[in-house]
Write a protein that binds this ligand. Structure first.
Ligand SMILES: C[S@@+](CC[C@H](N)C(=O)[O-])C[C@H]1O[C@@H](n2cnc3c(N)ncnc32)[C@H](O)[C@@H]1O
Length: 208
């Protein structure tokens, strides 16, 4: 039998090339609006999306959080990989990206919050969501104000379930400086098929 979510598109039907172009253009406009907050000129590649799916073990996850979904390419890839009974909360700070995501992603497993990832505890409890077993982040720890990075790192470490995974993809290594005091040393890898190539850091919260 087809699971109920599989009958619903996660993004509107249309010509894939055209919708990819629109998404890349919307992303670039977001970067021009606020370069330090968006931190990249192009959305993540398919190869990076699949590396994130594997690093966060999304095929086995129940509650997943995405920090910084942008135009939603990563979000749609995560939803495709997640089990039918899982839930995904995406937290986006940019109101234009938020509006676009709300209009384009149709999936009963999907929840969206507008605001900073610093407010992660509040966003989860407002939706009665349990501690996530995976959090994936594309927010730019190297260009955000350091006090914001510190608060996001503390919130991630606080809400993550023991044994849960925090996966961050970043051009530079600053995230490690903020996260390691909470979760110890990460596993590191590179995804070179991406514009630009990025590092992928994976932490597993101790305690299980
Ligand atoms: C590099 S983009 C990643 C977009 C998308 N996930 C992808 O990989 O194509 C970073 C995103 O993080 C968002 N962002 C930056 N700071 C944030 C914060 N404090 N809380 C939530 N989102 C934030 C930006 O608006 C942007 O959408």
């Amino acid at each position: 039998m087809t699971p109920p979510h599989a009958q619903q598109p996660t993004q509107p039907a249309g010509r894939p090339g055209l919708s990819q172009f629109r998404s890349s253009y919307a992303f670039l406009r977001g970067f021009v609006r606020n370069p330090a907050q968006v931190g990249s000129i192009a959305p993540s590649s398919r190869q990076l999306e699949q590396r994130l799916v594997r690093s966060a073990r999304l095929r086995e996850a129940r509650t997943v959080v995405e920090l910084g979904p942008g135009t939603g390419g990563t979000t749609a890839a995560f939803l495709r990989a997640m089990p039918p009974n899982a839930q995904l909360l995406a937290v986006e700070l940019d109101s234009e990206f938020h509006r676009r995501l709300q209009a384009s992603i149709v999936d009963p497993r999907f929840e969206l919050a507008l605001g900073s990832a610093e407010r992660l505890d509040e966003f989860l409890s407002a939706r009665w969501l349990p501690p996530p077993d995976a959090i994936i982040s594309g927010i730019p720890f190297s260009t955000m104000p350091p006090e914001v990075s510190r608060r996001v790192a503390a919130a991630v470490a606080r809400v993550l379930q023991p044994g849960g995974r925090f996966v961050a993809y970043q051009v530079r290594g600053h995230v490690s400086r903020f996260m390691t005091p909470h979760l110890g040393l990460p596993h590191r890898s590179w995804e070179v098929i991406n514009l630009p190539p990025v590092r992928v850091f994976t932490w597993i919260k101790p305690g299980r």
